[in-house]
Design a protein around this ligand. Structure first.
Ligand code: TEU
Ligand code: CA
Length: 556
């Protein structure tokens, strides 16, 4: 906040632009239709050219892939489909050689049911690993309580070997670890050290607020029955565990951490990220990315609502806190399809507008692979086209039971499914977008790869890719765009997002027209100044924005 501005500490991870790689879909190098680490290594100059400082790699560990690697079988082994540890080391070295850093995914709320710990744990009630997971007897004929899995159905599965239920907030192949057990925490800290000692620069922590559970396992309180993440994210020992993790591991390295804070409100954010508490550096708050869906159903949204999210976050986090900025990832639909306008000719300007917003709001920007090309949602029409376990389970639970009509379900998924972001990267106009030489990629390539691809983007100075690069360069060289104060100067405007970023005597005005219609910029008391960077040809009239126009002005 403005009164504390002077006290904000400079940190490399506040200045960084982060790029998320979903390895399965980035680049196949050996023609098996699945992206791999060697493939990523061939694209490092592409990332450098984009202005990337840090790569976040989605899980690359040994996994049976019930949830594409978010179900880990061995934390110290590279997934065979992705390559070897030598490949991983080469990736790390290649990034470092180019002045980039690498953070990896820490998925420790749960493991795979094929992890050695769980294989042991389920054998008998007195197995030494029994208590690594959460086992409870049933209640009557049913599970211990009414908790639900995020992938449909009960969060408890009865295991015939011992007649008890184990807890899984996600798929039944993703049993939750028991963080109450000291040995579990010691093992987690150990595997973190294993990767840190290799030289990785930090972690993105999967559903980290959910690790602590109320030990009497009550039914959901009535106010959290609908949006259960707001219940699971506030377990009683969460902060104690994170402070211990920080003390034992993180504080010993110069690394960054970002928690996937599904279910954490802006009001609760400082509890996780205030630097004086020694927990995490920053979190992903879901209020913006989920403004148009609840992970399942599409819901209409308005620009004032979206703008209010950023102001609310800003008001709740002072100079001791730091935020992230993201509007897409591997769990959400495509950026331009969700928040921009993916119909031509609006796709390119709206994708550049969104890039402008990501790079100039206050917080570390996270760019999801392919968004720098303006990749769009896939034209899914049938359930068989989806790979995601969330879709397949929901189809069984909702459509096959007759509770939801197939057409309604498919209409929602066509807008909200996680698979939109998981279709392969579009590198060129070659078959399968140049992603693989295989006949078939693991998930279909969007047919628009013929025109929307990296080769075309690199060759065109006016491309979305080059706009990202210019924005990243501008952000890097102007501290006001990183550390400066953020003020929304037209919060009620239905189509215009206009804000200032101010640090000492340097001030920017960012103007974003979220519509096809022109907008007159009428901001009483705000001097706009000179145009620094825009997404269209320089305007004839500085006080009028064309459809989806985005400009950064500098006040003298
Ligand atoms: O995501 C958890 C999460 O917060 C949701 O976005 C979740 O994907 C959604 O509710 C399902 O409909 C993380 C990972 O990012 C995701 O890919 C994993 O599937 C999940 O945790 C389990 O590890
Ligand atoms: Ca491969």
């Amino acid at each position: 906040m403005s009164e504390n501005e002077g006290t904000i500490r400079h940190r490399w991870w506040k200045e960084a632009v982060v790029y998320q790689i979903y390895p399965r879909s980035f680049q196949d190098s050996n023609g098996d239709g699945i992206g791999d680490i060697k493939g990523i290594v061939t694209r490092l100059d592409y990332l450098k050219g984009l202005g990337v400082d840090v790569v976040w790699l989605s899980p690359h560990f040994d996994s049976p892939n019930a949830d594409n690697g978010y179900d880990i079988r061995d934390y110290r082994k590279v997934m065979a489909e992705f390559g070897t540890m030598a490949d991983f080391d080469a990736l790390l070295a290649g990034l470092k050689a180019r002045g980039m850093r690498l953070i990896i995914d820490l998925v420790v709320n749960h493991t795979s049911d094929e992890h050695a710990w769980f294989v042991e744990s389920r054998k008998s009630k007195d197995n030494p690993h029994r208590d690594f997971y959460i086992w409870r007897p049933g209640r009557g004929d049913g599970p211990p309580n009414d908790w639900r899995s995020y992938f449909s159905g009960s969060a408890w599965t009865l295991d015939p070997a011992t007649g008890e239920y184990y807890l899984h907030l996600f798929a039944d192949k993703q049993p939750d670890l028991n963080w109450e057990n000291d040995h579990v925490r010691a093992e987690v800290y150990d595997l973190m050290r294993f990767w840190l000692d290799k030289g990785v620069d930090g972690f993105r922590m999967d559903v980290i607020p959910m690790i602590s559970k109320e030990q009497d396992f009550p039914d959901y309180p009535p106010e959290h029955r609908e949006r259960t993440e707001y219940y699971h994210a506030v377990g009683p020992r969460l902060h104690e565990f994170l402070q211990e993790m920080n003390r034992e591991v993180l504080s010993k390295y110069d690394v960054m951490t970002v928690g996937e804070a599904f279910g954490v409100t802006p009001e609760q954010t400082p509890d996780l990220v205030d630097e004086r508490r020694g927990e995490l550096n920053m979190i992903f708050n879901f209020d913006a990315v989920r403004i148009n869906n609840d992970g399942r159903r599409y819901q209409p949204w308005t620009l004032p609502e979206l703008k209010a999210v950023y102001t609310r976050l800003e008001e709740r986090t002072d100079a001791h806190c730091w935020n992230t900025v993201f509007l897409s990832n591997h769990d959400n639909p495509r950026l331009v399809s969700s928040f921009g306008d993916d119909e031509e000719p609006w796709r390119v300007p709206s994708a550049k507008l969104l890039a402008t917003m990501l790079m100039t709001l206050r917080g570390t920007p996270f760019v999801y692979q392919g968004d720098e090309l303006g990749m769009t949602n896939y034209p899914f029409t049938a359930v068989e086209q989806y790979d995601d376990i969330a879709v397949r389970n929901a189809w069984k639970a909702e459509v096959l039971t007759g509770r939801v009509a197939a057409a309604d379900f498919l209409a929602d998924m066509a807008r909200t499914s996680r698979d939109h972001s998981r279709t392969p990267m579009q590198w060129s106009a070659a078959p399968n977008g140049g992603f693989t030489t295989a006949q078939k990629a693991w998930l279909a390539v969007n047919p628009n790869a013929a025109t929307i691809n990296a080769e075309a983007a690199l060759a065109d100075p006016g491309s979305i890719y080059h706009h990202y690069a210019r924005l990243a360069g501008l952000r890097r060289s102007h501290p006001a765009l990183i550390y400066g104060d953020f003020v929304d100067v037209a919060p009620e405007h239905p189509r215009l997002f206009a804000y200032t970023r101010t640090l000492d005597d340097e001030a920017y005005v960012v103007l974003l027209n979220f519509s096809r219609q022109p907008v007159d910029v009428d901001l009483p008391g705000i001097e706009i100044g000179d145009l620094v960077l825009g997404n269209l040809a320089p305007p004839a009239d500085a006080r009028r924005l064309a459809g989806w126009e985005a400009r950064i002005h500098r006040r003298r």
